[in-house]
Design a protein around this ligand. Structure first.
Ligand code: PLP
Length: 292
């Protein structure tokens, strides 16, 4: 059912296939985005489309994969994936990947293919967790630093680590993992940026090992507009244990409160007041109830 944008054409969902020798399937070199469209009074609109497309283009540049389409074409592909599937709200997944024109790491005749799929998707960690908050565990998997392009590029290969971390957290009865960097400082979740509140100040890790999140940026802006001081700094596990509030941000996770880390309740062990305020303002923006 539905249509997927593939290399410039709308293709029926069941025909949008790749070959088993698809290079990206073997070696994981690819770049992608996660984008959301929200239903608003004014109609459906894609939140921060420009920023997501720019990050996709930058990711491909960092990974040295020549992007065959310009920003306008990629923007329109994402709009078309929502429109032509009659979606009112959607999760949108653009991806650039190498084809099956060659095999082996030395292949130099590879074509870069681009696809954009869109589908209806609700709260990433369940509706209830947006209010109740989630339980997380510090991961034994670590996030690398800038030299392996984690902060500016959303690249397929990075996510093996994220999946292993998430599986580990779930096997310990938690909803999500908190990954540390190689020096032991807090980095991010498997697919979310991390924030904590202490004495009315909002803290988030600097961009040394976590993705430069678009939701992160929005939340930092919102906090400043609310007169809340925002500090980007190295954060230790101990600081999180004694924080007043904590939450994750991401296109998928939106603003998800964290109620527990490693079996220690954070603050009151429920969604905190600053988290609630920023979360509600975030939903007002994405649904077009207040200006972006
Ligand atoms: N960190 C990682 C590893 C991610 O995959 C994502 C999701 O895209 C984020 C953070 C949050 O980024 P954004 O808010 O741009 O979706």
């Amino acid at each position: 059912d539905g249509l997927i944008w593939l290399d410039g054409e709308m293709v029926p969902w069941r025909d949008a296939k790749v070959h088993v020798l698809t290079h990206t399937l073997h070696y994981g070199m690819g770049v992608f985005e996660g984008v959301r469209a929200y239903e608003a009074e004014q109609g459906t609109s894609i939140f921060r489309l420009d920023a997501h497309t720019k990050r996709l283009i930058n990711s491909s540049k960092i990974m040295n994969m020549p992007m065959p389409y310009d920003q306008a074409t990629l923007d329109e592909a994402q709009r078309a994936a929502v429109r032509e599937n009659n979606l009112k709200s959607a999760y949108i997944r653009p991806m650039a990947f190498y084809g099956s024109e060659g095999m082996g790491l030395r292949a130099d005749n590879l074509k870069v293919h681009v696809m954009v799929a869109a589908w209806e998707w609700g709260a990433y960690m369940g509706e209830e967790n947006l209010t109740k908050g989630i339980k997380i565990a510090t991961s034994s998997y670590t996030r690398h630093h800038v030299n392996v392009t984690m902060t500016k590029a959303k690249s397929n290969g990075q996510y093996m680590n994220s999946m292993l971390a998430l599986q580990e957290a779930v096997s310990h009865g938690c909803d999500e993992a908190l990954l540390l960097d190689v020096d032991g400082y807090v980095s991010e979740g498997s697919g979310e940026n991390f924030f904590m509140v202490k004495d009315g100040v909002l803290y988030t890790p600097e961009l040394t090992s976590c993705l430069d999140g678009i939701t992160r940026k929005t939340i930092m802006q919102l906090a400043k507009e609310n007169g809340i001081e925002v500090r980007e700094k190295r954060i230790t596990r101990d600081e999180v244990y004694i924080a007043d509030e904590a939450f994750f941000t991401g296109t998928a996770a939106e603003v998800t409160p964290i109620r527990e880390l490693d079996n220690r309740p954070i603050g009151a062990g429920s969604r905190g007041p600053i988290t609630e305020k920023l979360q509600s303002q975030y939903f007002d923006i994405v649904h077009g109830r207040s200006p972006a």
